[in-house]
Design a protein around this ligand. Sequence first.
Ligand SMILES: [Zn+2]
Ligand SMILES: [Zn+2]
Length: 327
Amino acid sequence: MRAMRLHRVGSPLVPDDMPVPVPQPGELLIEVTACGVCRTDLHIVDGDLPAHRLPLVPGHEIVGIVAAAAEGFALGTRVGVPWLGGTCGECSYCRAGQENLCDRPQFTGYDRDGGYAEFCVARAANCIRLPPGGDDAHLAPLLCAGLIGFRSYRRAGAPRRLGLIGFGAAAHIITQVARADGVSVYAFTRPGDASGQAFARGLGAIWAGGTNERPPEELDAIIIFAPAGELVPRALQLVRKGGRVVCAGIHMSDIPAFAYADLWGEREIASVANLTTADATGFFARLKSMHVETTVTTYRLDAANQALADLRAGSINGAAVLVPRLP
Ligand SMILES: [Zn+2]
Ligand SMILES: [Zn+2]
C-alpha cells in the first residue's frame, strides 16, 4: 500500500510502499477513504512534540471502511478513528471515565501508524461507528477538529458570548454548533486576515476581527485554538469576571508573564487534553439534531506535504483532507 511517512523530524514526508498492516487481536483493518490534516500533525512533523516512533504514518482524523470483519464490526462498516487510539483501561483516570488523561495512552498517527495511507489498523474499542450520510472527506475533520472542539466547547461552560481565537478547522465546526445553541460567536483571526474573518461571518459569527482587536462586549468564555501562548493573557483581558479561557491545543508556545489583575475576578484558564468515548458519543448524538457543514480542501495522498505547508501558512479556510482515491 501507499503511505506518506515521517522518517526524520523537520523533513518532508516520504511516499513509501509498505505491506498492508496486519490487525492484532482487538484491532480492525481499515481501508482509509479520507484523513484530515490536523495542526497536531504539523507539531509532530516539525518536532514541537517529541517523536515517539519513526518512521511514522501521521494522521488521526481517519474515515474508512472495515476491510475485514472483526470485533463485532461487519465488513464495509464505515468507522472513524480519532486521536485517542488506545488506553490502558487500568489507571486511576481510565477507571474514573477520564480516559483522555490515561497514564499510558496510545495516540493515532503518533504512537501508532495513522491515516496518511491506503490502509491502517486501529483498536476496535477506540473506533467510532459513523452515522450514515455525508461524504467521507467532509466527515474526516469531525474526528479531531470536531471532537476536540466539542470537548473544548463543553469545557467553556455554557457561555452566551463565546470567543474563538484561531479560526481554523475546529472553530469553523464549533461556530455552527454554538450558533445552533443560540450562542453568540466572536471570531478572532490573525490580524488582517480579511478572508478568514469573512469566512467566520459567513458561518454565523456575529463579530470577527484580528487578535489585536477588541469586540464591543465582554465575553463569557474564549477557546484558544491557535498555538500562541501570548494569546492567553490577551484572552483574559477580553473575558468578563468569572469568565473562562480554554486552551484547546496540544502544543502552545510559552505563556508570557502577565499582571495578576488580568486573572483577578475569578477568571479561569483551563486546558483540554484528548477526548473520551463519551465526547465522541455526545458529539455525534448532537449532530443528529443539527447539520454541520464542514468546509474542506481535498488533496491526493501524495500531496500530503503540500497540505501540511498550506496549513502551516494558514491559507486554508476550514480543513485540509487527504483522499487516497482522489483521481
Ligand atoms: Zn488533531
Ligand atoms: Zn489508563
